[in-house]
Ligand binder design. Structure first.
Ligand code: S3P
Length: 190
């Protein structure tokens, strides 16, 4: 079954959410796919921070990294996420998927923790590897062996991700299960 919470319970939960729900975690964990499903169930807008960065820069992410470097990208990422988190009260509830490094940046993390509900989506390396293999648009994975890079980044980033108040594991199974786990975790946390 896709979700245990009834539509009425999900609707009641959505009404209690007054801030953006911000998905953080490693590349390949499924932040965008899960975020889209979550936003549909909650009847809230979905925004993908990476897409917004590309729109603002008028450039694809690999090109930003190539031409200007990672530090420049992180700066743009922080500004875009600040804008997405901000806004009038009635348009604040939404689901934001962030890029894997966003929450590792101290300033971006502080903004998200202050203004959003941060949800750490977490998977094993095997699951991440399988999922990142489907796309070829991640500059950090082009710098060597993807397994080694993901293993190193996961270890380096875990203490930052762990600062999110909500931690949800996403396994091999369908994303629908992860979405339910997120809804239940937010319900308990609020
Ligand atoms: C990055 C993850 C990417 C993207 C950029 C850097 C990272 O987003 O922001 O390539 O540092 O982990 P996804 O997590 O959506 O792949």
């Amino acid at each position: 079954m896709e979700h245990q919470l009834s539509p009425a319970e999900i609707e009641a939960l959505a009404l209690r959410i007054d801030r953006p729900v911000v998905l953080v975690g490693m590349m390949g964990v499924g932040k965008t796919s899960v975020g889209k499903r979550l936003s549909a169930l909650l009847h809230m807008p979905f925004v993908d921070a990476d897409e917004e960065i590309e729109r603002a820069a008028q450039m694809a992410i690999p090109e930003i990294f190539e031409r200007f470097g990672e530090a420049y990208f992180r700066d743009g990422e922080r500004r875009v996420i600040a804008r997405l988190l901000d806004g009038p009260a009635e348009s604040r509830p939404k689901v934001i998927a962030t890029g894997g490094g966003a929450f590792v940046n101290e300033q971006t993390r502080a903004l998200v923790l202050d203004q959003g509900i941060a949800v750490w989506l977490d998977s094993d390396i095997e699951v991440l590897l399988e999922r990142v293999g489907r796309k070829d648009n991640r500059p950090l994975l082009k710098q060597g062996d993807p397994r080694e890079i993901l293993t190193r980044l996961k270890a380096e980033r875990e203490s930052a991700y762990a600062q999110a108040p909500i931690h949800v594991k996403s396994g091999q199974g369908p994303h629908g299960r992860t979405v339910v786990a997120i809804l239940e975790a937010i319900d308990q946390w609020l």
